[in-house]
Design a protein around this ligand. Structure first.
Ligand code: PLP
Length: 461
């Protein structure tokens, strides 16, 4: 049972209060609730680390059930996390996820700022209502109809027709990534990534007891095909993760890099190549998708999501395209009925309204390009982006800039990448607010702007 309580509420004292060890996020239901809230917030865009939440403004999800503090409330014996038989490799870790703060301008999790139109809200509601009439039945275990719709949707990007058997869907692309690691990784196996990149690749690898090895991208966040292929040969992983456009840099990978990695993966034998294309719809004209390589590369997997361009982060729908044998492999690890009938119905309705939903992509790209163009006028450097966000810097203390923006009601992402912050492209008025707030912060504290030349330098993920 997941007991979520409001941590601000007082609770009854436990009989042996104070005697039990209190590990991080532990200590009676109230402590667990805080940890549970952070965990629930964890999906976001999943990245790390090191971000101090603004005091007292953290949004905590609470249950609607009132807390019975008097009659009939049975006190629970306290237990700390340290006392539970947790896997050794999970000890000392904290749940990951961006802070969910209640501020006017939220540009930290790469969401699409445009909600569905009233007509689409109505259509989504009707689809959910229809699904409800059969809620006594398990959903279509293989999500055949949704996968057929996704195959149809991907066809223009791939340049060839895809079949249902080449598509797989799950609760967000994070679950797709997890299933890939469950099927192809695991104890005694290794996954390779090129950082800084989407930190959930590493974290899901660790959660599935897969060893994680990372090579660094170049200082400008590009990846050299020879170096990437060489890393595959040296580390002999079971999976390689490539992210294009890359989170947090926004940089796309040329197909040459993906091809070189696939060749090296063939050479070492038994290695899957996963290209995470969560932000593919935002890429600039002429940038190809790894989908185009699928027919020649049986061990290539391209993952996508409906959380970003489709503005459907709340519905939790991710998917992949790959050889049917890969889809067969994932069926061995997926839970039965993992994708609810409501999720399937909502996703299919959204796909049927793809034109409306994807209509917002151009507006978001316009704001991204505006941020890229305007930040240099403040003396701030940017990394060219094919995604719906921009990495910007360089600051002597990026966390102070993050805090300065937050104090002005603008939440961006501090990924603990020294000197750099990431901002999501939102609505025009949100770009205004972000640019104004940053100008103010830098005017008040010009020393925050680090003076350096050349390409952006990073120091790992
Ligand atoms: C690169 C990348 N991949 C995958 C995801 C996961 O997306 P979701 O689980 O919402 O589909 C994200 C989320 O931010 C991401 O940035």
């Amino acid at each position: 049972m997941n007991l979520l309580l409001d941590p601000d509420e007082p609770r009854p004292a436990w009989p042996d209060e104070g005697r039990a060890a209190r590990g991080p996020g532990a200590g009676g239901p109230a402590g667990d609730a805080a940890a549970g809230g952070a965990g629930a917030a964890g999906a976001g865009d999943g990245e790390a680390c090191g971000q101090a939440a603004a005091p007292a403004r953290q949004v905590v999800r609470v249950s609607a059930r009132p807390v019975d503090q008097t009659a009939g409330g049975r006190p629970w014996r306290p237990v700390s996390l340290d006392e539970l038989p947790l896997r050794d490799d999970l000890r000392g870790r904290s749940p990951y996820g961006a802070p969910q703060l209640d501020v006017p301008v939220r540009l930290n999790t790469n969401e699409n700022p445009y909600g569905p139109s009233p007509e689409l809200v109505d259509a989504l509601g009707k689809a959910a209502t229809l699904a409800a009439t059969e809620a006594n039945r398990y959903p279509d275990r293989e999500a055949e109809a949704l996968r057929a719709d996704l195959a149809y949707y991907l066809t223009p990007d791939a340049g060839f027709g895809l079949h249902t058997s080449q598509l797989w869907a799950a609760n967000g692309s994070n679950e797709v990534l997890q299933q890939l690691l469950q099927a192809f990784g695991g104890p005694g196996r290794r996954a390779l990534g090129f950082e800084p990149s989407y930190s959930m690749h590493r974290l899901i690898a660790l959660a599935t007891a897969t060893e994680w090895v990372a090579e660094l991208r170049a200082a400008d966040y590009t990846l050299d095909p020879v170096a990437a292929a060489d890393a595959v040969r040296r580390h002999t992983p079971s999976l390689v993760f490539l992210c294009s456009p890359n989170n947090p840099s926004g940089t796309s990978l040329p197909l040459e890099v993906i091809k070189a990695v696939c060749v090296a993966a063939e050479e070492i034998g038994g290695c899957m190549v996963v290209v995470d294309e969560a932000y593919a719809e935002f890429r600039r004209q002429g940038v190809p998708s790894a989908l185009t390589l699928l027919p020649e590369q049986p061990k290539l997997v391209v993952t996508r999501t409906m959380s970003k361009a489709f503005a459907l982060a709340g519905a939790r729908v991710g998917y992949l395209a790959a050889h049917p044998a890969v889809v067969d492999a994932l069926q061995l690890v997926r839970l039965p009925y993992h994708l609810s009938s409501f999720t399937q119905a909502v996703a299919r309705t959204a796909l049927a309204h793809a034109d409306e939903l994807l209509g917002t992509v151009e507006a978001v790209k316009a704001q991204r390009d505006r941020i890229v163009d305007e930040l240099p006028t403040l003396g701030v450097r940017v990394v060219p982006s094919d995604a719906n966000f921009v990495l910007f810097g360089e600051f002597s203390d990026q966390h102070a800039v993050w805090q300065g923006l937050l104090d002005r009601g603008v939440l961006v992402r501090d990924l603990s990448l020294p000197g750099w912050l990431r901002v999501t492209a939102g609505r025009p008025n949100e770009t205004d607010a972000f640019l104004d707030a940053l100008a103010e912060v830098l005017t008040q504290r010009p020393g925050l702007l680090a003076v350096s030349g050349g390409a952006p330098a990073h120091h790992g993920g």
